[in-house]
Design a protein around this ligand. Structure first.
Ligand code: SF4
Length: 366
């Protein structure tokens, strides 16, 4: 794949409607659907465009995708077009059965704590933890692979070991560990410090060799730097011997090259607006006016994001910038500049005199 030509992951936020009030919600989800959401016909047309993109996979997100009655029509249509599809909905048994029948590759559950107290506090709804566990067991009955997503913040960083045990007990095939970006409702949560980012990533890099599930990080591209520094492969294959090892990789497909915001990755909002990521709120066009691929290939922001030599500060001087490049969303959320250094990476590039203020939550760029 060539990420200048085509994204590897297309995230479509079907709706912002959701019954939950999660503390870290990027979308600041609302109880009701927006009247100007992409229509069913516009959705099919969008899927037609995605089908033309070589090797792209589609992830339905929200809000809660299940708030759209045409969700399963979209899944069926995309699967028929040969697209690998995943989604992150809230759960009902009926929905899981329909998703399985429609050809969904994997169901992702959010689990932000290893117990009721922590998870329910995060989700803002009592009983959410127990419901999630129950539905995960049902998904196993349906033989649909399970992915568990966890958002890391100061609130749960001390219980990550227990979280990993829970992920194993629940027989997930992938643990997607997301490092908080202070945007949307997540501005109310405290991210972990740069030093703790490093500690957690080092711990994950050890853990992955001792657990049966795959580990994927989101918005921590310097995990790739951590692996390289340990002399390890950056693009691991899915755990061998697992039933879903061939069709699925990284979530539902392992990225062939380093994915970053706008680089192998594109986000479409419920209104059809196109962004380099759901956490990087710079609108670059709308699929109602411009073909998705044209926005992805040609918009200045996307083009700049795909050029690591344009990065500033420490990231710009870093020997890992082509394989890592830092989280562009975090750089933007913290500094207002999507090309600035990732403020939560403690690495000191070999040829730079740009320093990191240890113990501070922010990096000094000058
Ligand atoms: S300095 Fe930037 S490019 Fe280098 S490892 Fe850290 S985040 Fe990645």
């Amino acid at each position: 794949m060539d990420y200048h030509k085509s994204p590897f992951i297309v995230i479509w936020e079907l709706t912002r409607a959701c019954a939950l009030r999660c503390l870290h919600c990027r979308a600041e989800a609302q109880y009701f659907r927006h009247p100007d959401e992409l229509t069913t016909e516009e959705g099919f047309a969008l899927i037609d465009q995605i089908a033309e993109m070589e090797g792209a996979m589609l992830v339905f997100t929200g809000g809660d995708p299940l708030m759209r009655p045409d969700l399963f029509d979209f899944i069926e249509y995309a699967v028929k077009k040969g697209i690998r599809v995943s989604m992150t909905p809230k759960v009902t048994r009926k929905a899981m059965e329909r998703a399985k029948a429609a050809g969904l590759s994997r169901w992702a559950f959010s689990l932000d704590g290893p117990n009721e107290t922590i998870h329910d506090y995060f989700r803002g709804v009592k009983g959410s933890y127990n419901r999630t566990i129950k539905y995960i067991h049902y998904l196993h009955e349906l033989e649909l692979p399970v992915q568990i997503n966890t958002v890391v913040s100061r609130f749960n960083v001390d219980v990550l070991k227990e979280m990993a045990e829970r992920v194993q007990e629940l027989k997930a095939v992938l643990w997607s560990v997301f490092f908080l970006i202070p945007t949307g409702r997540a501005t109310n949560l405290e991210p972990i410090s740069p030093e703790d980012h490093e500690k957690v990533l080092l711990w994950l890099s050890e853990l992955k060799d001792h657990v049966p599930f795959d580990i994927k990080t989101t918005e921590a591209p310097f995990y790739r730097r951590v692996l390289l520094q340990k002399g390890e492969e950056v693009f691991q294959r899915t755990k061998p011997g697992r039933d879903d090892a061939r069709p699925f990789m990284d979530g539902i497909g392992r990225a062939p090259f380093a994915v970053n915001d706008g680089k192998g990755f594109v986000f479409i909002s419920h209104l059809g607006d196109v962004y380099p990521s759901g956490f990087l709120p710079i609108k670059c066009g709308n699929v109602r006016e411009t073909p998705l691929l044209s926005i992805y290939q040609n918009h200045k922001v996307f083009r700049e994001l795909r050029n690591p030599d344009l990065l500033k500060g420490k990231c710009g001087q870093c020997e890992f910038r082509h394989i890592c490049g830092g989280s562009r969303s975090r750089a933007y959320a913290v500094t207002g500049d999507y090309l600035a250094s990732d403020p939560y990476c403690i690495y000191q590039p070999k040829k730079t005199n740009v320093s990191v203020k240890s113990g501070s939550s922010l990096m000094n760029e000058n």
